[in-house]
Write a protein that binds this ligand. Structure first.
Ligand code: SF4
Ligand code: F3S
Length: 109
């Protein structure tokens, strides 16, 4: 199973994860980032890079994280979402949003 990016990434987007991926499978949108499941080889090296523990194995998601499996697959192919290979600056106010648990409503429908 691929790894997936979950809710803590929303409005933070630290991007520490992207540079370690050997398959370049991260895809960025305005306020979130996802993993393209077609490229992920399940190596897990991205997991410890994320300062907010947003990356999990799709086979080990909680019930709350479960919708993010399909969401990663869908947004990885969505219009306007583009591959990202180099670290970028975190989003403004990331420190605030890192403390907020309920952020799903801030993503595109
Ligand atoms: Fe890339 Fe490996 Fe993370 Fe998959 S698990 S996104 S291949 S670093
Ligand atoms: Fe998001 Fe964590 Fe990467 S916040 S951009 S999954 S380092």
């Amino acid at each position: 199973m691929p790894f997936v990016v979950t809710e803590p990434c929303i409005q933070c987007r630290y991007t520490d994860c992207v540079e370690v991926c050997p398959m370049d499978c991260f895809v960025a949108g305005p306020n979130f980032l996802v993993i393209d499941p077609d490229g992920c080889i399940d190596c897990s090296v991205c997991v410890p890079q994320c300062p907010v523990q947003a990356i999990v194995n799709a086979a080990e998601v909680t019930s709350e994280q479960a919708p993010y499996v399909a969401l990663n697959a869908r947004l990885a192919k969505a219009e306007g979402w583009t591959p990202i290979r180099l670290r970028d600056t975190p989003l403004p106010e990331h420190a605030h949003w890192a403390q907020v648990a309920d952020k799903r409503h801030l993503l595109p429908a």
